[in-house]
Ligand binder design. Structure first.
Ligand code: PGA
Length: 249
């Protein structure tokens, strides 16, 4: 039995003052029992979030990380830096990073390896575009992404990997995948993990769905056999809507 994992990806939202308001609101409204709840604020908000989350069951994550350890890489943030501010999770390969910052499966794989080498947990995102879905090449695209991002990871690494299936056409559009459409891809991902590793690993891995998840559609999506959680964007920016996704679980 896999516990549900719900992560909030704040994207480029909330300054430190707004961060304090949102974290304080979440601490009041989010009651996580058998659910792992993670918040991923922007880098500038991580310290204040860490301080406010002391004593809470809500975990802290970052939205990205550098592939480099340290040195002359202006603008980059290393895993060690993230760890030092209390991050336990890092999201890598979000479609916005793939699309706007041209991140490849290879780079995402290197980032995932950095996170795992630092004994942290990684949420690796995959997902097809609308064009790819319309061309009926979703399975092919997802297969290539999964093989690429997991390349060289060991069976024990996989214990700290979460895969987030986020169809690009459903992100921030208000158009979520139907539970059936999402479940089909989740089954494919689990099958691929089983083929690359073992059925034992595949049965344990957490596969989140992301793309316009909100309180109104979360319950049905999360009741699918292979949907083990959600990566939430827009709806995680208000305590009520984030709690509305978590509370019914
Ligand atoms: P959304 O974003 O919930 O606003 O669609 C999800 C994501 O990008 O992780």
């Amino acid at each position: 039995m896999r516990n549900k994992v719900i992560a909030g990806n704040w994207k480029m939202n909330k300054d430190v003052f707004e961060t304090a308001d949102l974290i304080n609101g979440l601490k009041k409204s989010v009651a996580a029992k058998n659910v792992e709840v993670i918040v991923c604020p922007p880098f500038t908000s991580l310290v204040v979030a860490q301080q406010l989350l002391k004593g809470s069951t809500i975990k802290l994550g970052a939205q990205d990380v550098s592939v480099h350890d340290d040195g002359a890489y202006t603008g980059e943030v290393s895993v060690t830096m993230l760890k030092s501010v209390g991050c336990e999770y890092v999201i890598v390969g979000h479609s916005e990073r793939r699309q706007y910052f041209h991140e490849s499966n290879e780079l995402i794989n290197q980032k995932a390896k950095k996170v795992l080498a630092a004994s942290m947990r990684v949420i690796i995102c995959v997902g097809e575009t609308l064009e790819e879905r319309e061309k009926e090449i979703t399975d092919k695209v997802i297969t290539a992404q999964i093989k690429g991002v997991l390349a060289g990871l060991s069976e024990s690494d996989l214990e700290r990997v979460i895969i987030a299936y986020e169809p690009v056409w459903a992100i921030g559009t208000g158009k979520n995948a139907t539970p059936r459409q999402a479940e089909d891809v989740h089954q494919l991902i689990r099958k691929l993990v089983g083929q690359i590793y073992s059925w034992n690993v595949a049965e344990k891995i957490i596969i989140q769905y992301g793309g316009s998840v909100k309180p109104e559609n979360a319950k049905e999506l999360l009741s699918q056999d292979d949907i083990d959680g959600a990566l939430v964007g827009g709806a995680c920016l208000k305590p009520d809507s984030f709690a509305g996704i978590i509370s019914p679980i």
